[in-house]
Design a protein. Structure first.
Length: 302
């Protein structure tokens, strides 16, 4: 991999990957919705990265946009797709709104193949992992993010088929919950962790869904290694491989902060653990998350 194109580059994970690749001397072209000036681009993606304001709705215009900045894919370019949109945030909207993302992603496969990209890496989510777990168990999937999860599964299936027809390597990834190292960016989980670190009270979550936490620095390294070594048709879970409920995760962190011996109260069945396994990712790329889900110092010092 000598070059990379990153769609959705201005998001939390996309910009972490862009910075990481830039530090590895990979020629990075970032795509995003935001109107960014030169200073913004340098700050978000690295000094050597280039940026094109382009949403996935207009991905067919990418060849023309690239020609205007005198940039070429060459013969060793990887496309990363982190782009996704809802109505007010990534996960909301009706099913048809969410499915637009799947259509745009599958169209992007055709576009980047014509540009000369050799690999398409798609970013999935822990929600689709959870949905597939329910399907295997044949139990109802009840989630406020149900449409989001269904559309993510559809995106994988559609991109997989189109990549086969277009003869471009395709890698699907299911990313666990990403946290910025200093916890300044993020929603409920980041805010709750900050309260715990400050020894403040927090409301215990009632959700029994399994989660897996990963820092963006680890996620960036994983995507770099997948760009280099990820195998065609692979489906990698990117995380610690140690899922737990949020309540147990928060309680373990609280115990660390208070100097109490950590006691993991969750018992996870082996078939559930399979969905969160990072074994294939390690075998193919050598990736291992540096910061364990209980590594509080990792969150503070990254």
């Amino acid at each position: 991999m000598k070059k990379a194109i990153i769609a959705g580059a201005s998001g939390l994970v996309g910009r972490s990957v862009a910075k990481y690749l830039s530090k590895k001397n990979i020629d990075v072209l970032c795509l995003g919705r935001r109107d960014l000036d030169h200073t913004d681009v340098n700050k978000l993606f690295g000094r050597k990265a280039k940026y094109i304001q382009l949403s996935m709705e207009n991905i067919e215009n990418l060849p023309d946009k690239i020609s205007n900045i005198d940039w070429e894919c060459g013969n060793n370019c990887v496309f990363y797709n982190f782009a996704w949109s809802g109505i007010n945030d990534l996960t909301d909207g009706k099913l048809e709104d969410q499915l637009e993302n799947a259509i745009q992603s599958s169209l992007a496969v055709k576009v980047v193949k014509k540009l000369g990209c050799i690999k398409f890496i798609n970013c999935g989510t822990i929600e689709e992992t959870y949905a597939k777990w329910h399907l295997r168990k044949n139990i109802p999937f009840q989630s406020s993010h149900c449409n989001y999860a269904i559309a993510k599964i559809a995106s994988n299936d559609m991109c997989n088929i189109v990549s086969y027809l277009e003869k471009i390597d395709y890698v699907h990834t299911r990313l666990s919950v990403p946290l910025s190292p200093n916890l300044t960016i993020g929603g409920y989980i980041s805010k709750t962790l900050k309260n715990i670190l400050d020894k403040k009270q927090y409301e215990k979550p009632q959700n029994k869904q399994l989660y897996d936490i990963i820092f963006t620095s680890d996620a960036a390294e994983a995507y770099y290694l997948i760009g280099l070594h990820g195998k065609n048709k692979a489906d990698y879970f990117i995380g610690s491989g140690k899922p737990t409920t949020l309540n147990n995760y928060f309680e373990n962190i609280r115990q660390i902060v208070m100097g109490i011996p950590v006691k993991n109260k969750d018992t996870i069945s082996s078939d559930s653990l399979d969905f969160f396994s990072t074994e294939d990712l390690y075998t193919d790329t050598g990736f291992v998350a540096k910061y364990d889900r209980l590594d509080l110092l990792g969150a503070k010092e990254s």
